[in-house]
Ligand binder design. Structure first.
Ligand SMILES: [Zn+2]
Length: 459
């Protein structure tokens, strides 16, 4: 009986329609909000749209119960949204990579299904391209990257191929790369402060590839180590001011000044618990209090926004992306000039993107990948990766001098057939059932090189 009741209740909950918080009826979106480039530097929506096996579940192309979906972003006039692929150091290493790839796969599926509404931002020019066609520019980001501890730079490059352009080395737990704000490893033992040797290698590789370093969740010593080592300005995608709310995730005034002198950007999050001791009464004004304080401390060129939507409970009045115009209105009410509003609402993050990302386009895919049949596709046993080189049989300079196949950061045995242009990897018998990343790479006799990268799944 109880079982039947519970099932009935579950069915009710599943089909209930929730009132979606939205802008007050009749509110006119301020012109400055529409003309400004609005950039939200962090949301956790990807982890809400896959099931525990990594299968994409929710379609964010239509209205959902989540704080971020395409209709809400469109109503909120958000021009660029960072989507974080979160993986915890508490997972086993392979599980963590599999989980991260499942989220990246869900990201690409969304972009593939709505080419007229959303586009992956890969180069600084992506934003103006998206704007001119009325689409949302989506930035793929990592939150926690413990799995980069061993294969490091090779795996990082594969993730860059997949579109990742911003990386936070840790979540709260310390890991193989760096010390997180919790200053303990996932097993509870105290951690060594700052960057590890593996973490330093990743920071150097990120500088070379042109990827943004996200210092949210990093411990104080990790922040200092990165500022000392990296040649690039950094970003803190979701944080707040410690002076106003004594929470370990927030930045002290001293840290805010250091990040400003690195030319970095500090993005204020909307999570009530991080902004106020009285979570029930936190509002849009509380967010602006933190913005005010950071503007005073670090300067108006070094402050942005990173909601943390779908990762935490946000303040009253900023429950989802559609409410974003209310923040612009509140900034305007506090006396910020249109030029300063443009910087805070997104212009400063755009500047970081222009400084850090490489300008060149990704170029033509050198391989037509046959197996898996599509991104995220299954490889039933015995799993074989196969791709066809599209330049085969053309000019002699196009012929391969060398080819490689890389799986999860490690080169695997492979063979190239001159006749068919097929590059085939040896059967991958020891891979676990999970999501994996494969790269087909060519160095041509003419000296140029190219790569095609995809996600596949072992069922
Ligand atoms: Zn976070």
């Amino acid at each position: 009986m109880a079982g039947i009741l519970l099932a009935a209740l579950a069915a009710l909950v599943e089909h209930a329609t929730y009132p979606v918080p939205s802008l007050p009826a009749g509110m006119v979106v301020p012109a400055i909000h529409i003309s400004a480039t609005v950039v939200d530097a962090h949301c956790d929506t990807l982890m809400r749209i896959v099931d525990k096996n990594g299968n994409p579940t929710t379609d964010i192309g239509s209205e959902t119960a989540h704080a971020v979906d395409l209709p809400k972003l469109e109503r909120g006039h958000v021009d660029m949204q960072f989507f974080a692929a979160f993986s915890s150091a508490r997972y086993h290493k392979e599980q963590a990579l599999g989980r991260c790839l499942a989220l990246i796969n869900a990201f690409h599926r969304t972009v593939r299904e709505y080419p007229g509404r959303i586009v992956t931002a890969l180069v600084p020019g992506s934003l103006s391209e998206a704007a001119s066609t009325g689409r949302i520019a989506a930035v793929l980001a990592l939150e926690g990257a413990d799995f980069l501890g061993q294969e490091g730079p090779e795996l990082l490059r594969q993730l860059h191929d997949l579109g990742v352009r911003s990386v936070g080395l840790t979540w709260n737990d310390s890991n193989a790369l760096a010390e997180g704000i919790g200053r303990r490893y996932a097993d509870g033992t105290p951690s060594t402060p700052g960057l590890t040797a593996a973490g330093r290698k990743i920071i150097a590789a990120m500088d070379d590839l042109g990827m943004i370093i996200d210092l949210s969740h990093a411990s104080e010593v990790t922040v200092d180590d990165v500022l000392q080592q990296s040649r690039q300005p950094v970003i803190v995608t979701h944080t707040a001011a410690y002076a106003l709310r004594q929470h370990s995730r927030n930045l002290s005034d001293m840290q805010a000044r250091k990040i400003a002198s690195n030319d970095g950007v500090i993005c204020v999050m909307f999570g009530s618990a991080f902004l106020s001791g009285n979570v029930m009464s936190a509002t849009v004004d509380t967010v602006v209090d933190h913005i005010d304080h950071l503007v005073e401390t670090a300067g108006v060129d070094h402050v942005g926004i990173g909601s943390d939507f779908d990762g935490t409970v946000t303040v009253n009045g900023l429950e989802n992306s559609s409410m974003m115009p209310l923040l612009t209105l509140a900034l305007s009410g506090r006396g910020y000039s249109p030029a300063d509003i443009e910087k805070i609402m997104g212009g400063n993050v755009v500047r970081i993107i222009q400084q850090v990302w490489k300008a060149e386009a990704t170029g033509v895919e050198p391989f037509r990948i046959k197996s898996p049949a599509s991104m995220g596709g299954s490889l039933p046993g015995p799993p074989r990766l196969v791709a066809e080189y599209t330049g085969a049989g053309r000019a002699p300079g196009d012929a391969p001098a060398a080819t490689r196949v890389i799986v999860d950061g490690l080169e695997v045995p492979s063979s190239y057939d001159e006749q068919t242009g097929r590059l085939t990897a040896a059967a991958l018998d020891d891979l676990t059932a999970s999501f994996h990343v494969a790269t087909f790479e060519i160095t041509r006799r003419g000296g140029s090189a190219g790569r095609s990268t995809t996600i596949f799944r072992i069922p």
